[in-house]
Write a protein that binds this ligand. Sequence first.
Ligand code: GDP
Ligand code: IMO
Ligand code: MG
Length: 432
Amino acid sequence: MTNVVVVGSQWGDEGKGKIVDWLSERADIVVRYQGGHNAGHTLVIDGTSYKLSLLPSGVVRPGKMAVIGNGVVVDPHALIAEIEKLAGQGVTITPDNLRVADNATLILSLHRELDAMREDAASNSGTKIGTTRRGIGPAYEDKVGRRAIRVMDLADLDSLPGKVDRILTHHNALRRGLGVAEVSHQTIMDELTSVAERVLPFRDTVWLFLDKERRRGARILFEGAQGSLLDIDHGTYPFVTSSNTVAGQAAAGSGMGPGSLGYILGITKAYTTRVGEGPFPTELKDEIGEFLGQKGHEFGVVTGRKRRCGWFDAALVRQSVATNGITGIALTKLDVLDGLEELNICIGYMLDGEQIDHLPASQGAQARVEPIYITLEGWKESTVGARSWADLPAQAIKYVRQVEELIGAPVALLSTSPERDDTILVTDPFED
Ligand code: GDP
Ligand code: IMO
Ligand code: MG
């Protein structure tokens, strides 16, 4: 028995929500450890769809504890709104099933505004990132800049005014430079005091809670957001998010030591998608890309933007297997490939006349690489809802085996529809 870390092995939206929901039946605690409400995780249970951004996907299952770790940036308004939205879907959230780390950083309105202002300004010069405009980057900047307001500060009304002054000194200097109105001390104090009562009941010393639970033998499931190619260090910088998304962050972002993380499960889509700007070597701007987008319903959960689609890039996922220490993968959306005559898989790139087997780190080189493909025969039969290997056509099995071989990691789970139970178990990550 072990703990399990779920990470996205591509550019996000691999189907982490579905797999975390499925796995959480076997877990006691589900922990988010990075990102914020830029994530959009979809679960479908008996035809009902739940869309979670900030809350761990395990929260929909009765009897499970959901934890938001210190590595997450928490927008208190988004937290309250999501709790209310789920209440409308019959999911009750109280301190009995949700804990928020008291040392997690808060996203404030000024972070959202700065994110949007920067993106608007960059649109004019063609240098935007295509962020979710949720204030994620600016909030992490303030955390690293040691001027963030944290969850615990909501309970300390004596020291809060000084902290607000400190963050405003920085932001108002920026705002003057950008030519926008300054924010008053009172505005931020009002914003914080208006949410304190709703947020504080959930606060906890999460590292301590997790340590106690680990010692008593609880099974802990870590739910990553975004994907490894959006990692601030290992991703396609600067077209990335502002946190480390790789599995190592599960330790730092929750306060549990890395020795207790256990099985690293990389959620991997059977093709590739990306939302927002940035390099995408296997992108298909033709009718096959359109086919994948329509059939896979590739529209962003958070912003509704159309996701860019392309062939499976084994070179990228092989890189993620290394940077995360992936033990095995959950291969999702295989069913979306049903009906295609031929399937390409990228195995490496040509860069300036040389063959390379990984994506180089420089922005210029990333823009110049040309994918090298192998081509596999497709299959005509439907794999939608398949629940055993026996239900899969031979060519689909061949495709899966080829993926395993190229990325250097085995398939532990295979997903064949958005529904919770349309999942084939090969290896139980908790028992591995
Ligand atoms: P996440 O951000 O990684 O949790 O993924 P998203 O929820 O943003 O996007 C994945 C989408 O694919 C969601 O709409 C899921 O319901 C859906 N999905 C997940 N697994 C499968 C699958 O195996 N087949 C199909 N057709 N859809 C899936
Ligand atoms: P889940 O958890 C896909 C992308 C944005 C943008 C870049 C930076 O659902 O897989 P940010 O708002 O984080 O500063 O935006 O990262 N991005 C995601 N793309 N899935 C996500 O989350 C994403 N979260 C952020 O589109 O390109
Ligand atoms: Mg998503």
